[in-house]
Write a protein that binds this ligand. Structure first.
Ligand code: PHE
Ligand code: NA
Length: 447
């Protein structure tokens, strides 16, 4: 086979921006805050932080390593590395399950991206100005109840994603990832400041960081681990695909640390922004997926300069969602291109439309199909649960076990560039702590 001329990221900075562009998204703000609220607060947060450090970091490094050594899409990288190291071709399943997960996640991710677009418009036209908590909740409820509204915004969001991905990875990703993150951080800080001024910041702090361990069960721990995978874009082959564009000179561990600190920092800021609003207005922390959409507009609708700040916030949230969504579509498209010899634009269209259709099923589960449930979950919840609690941990487990146990020792040492102590530490975490952790959480969470 002809060797693919494989482009590389122009610099480490560009790579960090692209990886952070995938990682930072709705998962940090929308999903993190509602999971914290649903799972009782601090204990969930602390378990999540432990999962990020002990599982997220090694899996992130493992995925980049597989991509950089394999130089192909996730499935082919896994297959090629497995055959090179005399392992079973079945390891390619790790790549396949990752691409499947990306496909499934994007379908419901786009629905929420649509909400964010809709709320961008809502702030501009002043929908939330001067409204109280009840009417903000009603507005959110009526959006959910309207299949037409949800469809319109889901479609708009998917069209943006398809348009960008069709332009190709370097043009599409590098330019999109560049400028928005600092602005998002600043806006989150403004919101945290608003929370401090509300007088309920202490309550929010306690809710997020003073754990009540008695409420913890296997389900909470599995949810925290699922959130760690989701927020870092792990277990989907995405980071593997990115790794295949990564130059040999880039240090994987320090780069992973940078991306993780950024992602985790933004999630914690989101919590510190949202929960003061919850407590100040007597709202319920366990509101579910609507949490940021019933809290933040309330703040923007009632603060000085709220229209402008709200517009900026939802615009940036939408941009963050877009860069993540692009990274979700990318591996699906890449696989199609290689498997079917479709040109990029057609491959993007075909995958994009398939994702869009599944997204329509997801959005109907908020209204006309609300009663259609499988094992007690509607389609939206089923997609979210199956991916974050099953597919992502299993795929991530496969990636870390493969790197830690199947790659030759020298390969790993060259890739990581660590001292002898560093390598021993890596081996303990990557061979034992991370895989066993995932297995225990997985089993405990499912029973
Ligand atoms: N990690 C991103 C987030 O936290 C989104 C994402 C999820 C990207 C899953 C890829 C895969 O929002
Ligand atoms: Na994230």
């Amino acid at each position: 086979m002809a060797k693919l001329a494989h482009a590389q990221w122009s610099s480490r900075m560009t790579f960090v921006l692209a990886a952070a562009g995938s990682a930072v998204g709705l998962g940090n703000i929308w999903r993190f805050s509602y999971m914290v609220g649903d799972n009782g607060g601090a204990a969930f947060v602390l378990i999540y932080l432990a999962c990020v450090a002990l599982v997220g970091l090694p899996v992130l490094v493992a995925e980049w390593m597989i991509g950089r050594r394999g130089q192909k899409n996730p499935i082919n990288s896994m297959a090629e590395l497995a055959s090179k190291h005399g392992k079973s071709p079945a390891w390619a399943l790790v790549g396949i399950s990752g691409v499947l997960a990306a496909f499934l996640i994007l379908s419901f991710y786009s629905v929420i991206g649509g909400w964010s677009l809709n709320y961008t418009l809502g702030t501009v036209i002043g929908t939330f100005n001067g409204q109280d908590a009840d009417s903000i909740s009603d507005l959110f409820g009526s959006m959910l109840a309207s299949p037409g509204t949800l469809l319109l915004w889901h479609t708009a969001f998917m069209l943006l994603v398809i348009g960008i991905v069709a332009r190709g990875v370097t043009k599409g990703l590098e330019s999109a990832a560049r400028s928005m993150m600092p602005a998002l951080v600043v806006l989150m800080l403004v919101l945290v400041g608003y929370g401090v001024a509300s007088g309920h910041f202490g309550e929010a702090l306690a809710f997020m960081f003073r754990p009540d361990w008695s409420a913890v069960n296997g389900g909470v721990v599995l949810a925290a681990m699922g959130q760690a995978f989701f927020t870092l874009s792990l277990g989907m082959g995405i980071m593997m695909a990115y790794g295949s564009y990564l130059g040999e000179d880039v240090n994987l561990i320090s780069t992973a640390r940078t991306v993780i600190i950024l992602d985790t920092g933004i999630a914690l800021l989101a919590g510190l922004a949202i929960f003061p609003i919850v407590f100040a207005n007597g709202l319920s922390a366990g509101e579910g997926p609507g949490l940021i959409f019933v809290t933040l507009p309330l703040a923007f609708g009632n603060m000085a300069g709220g229209t402008l700040l709200g517009l900026m916030f939802f615009l940036l949230l939408t941009f963050a969602a877009l860069t993540s969504a692009i990274s979700l579509l990318e591996p699906v498209v890449e696989m199609m291109e290689e498997r079917t010899s479709l040109p990029r634009v057609s491959a993007t269209l075909v995958s994009g439309v398939a994702v869009w259709m599944l997204g329509v099923a997801a959005l109907l589960s908020f209204n006309v199909w609300a009663d259609f449930q499988i094992i007690g979950l509607n389609i939206f919840d089923l997609l979210d649960t199956f991916t974050s609690k099953i597919l992502l941990p299993l795929t991530g487990l496969g990636a870390i076990v493969f790197v830690a146990w199947c790659l030759k020792r020298e390969s790993v040492e060259t890739e990581l560039g660590l001292s002898a102590t560093g390598i021993s530490l890596w081996n303990i975490v990557a061979r034992i702590i991370a895989p066993i952790g995932v297995i225990i959480v997985f089993v405990a969470g499912l029973i």
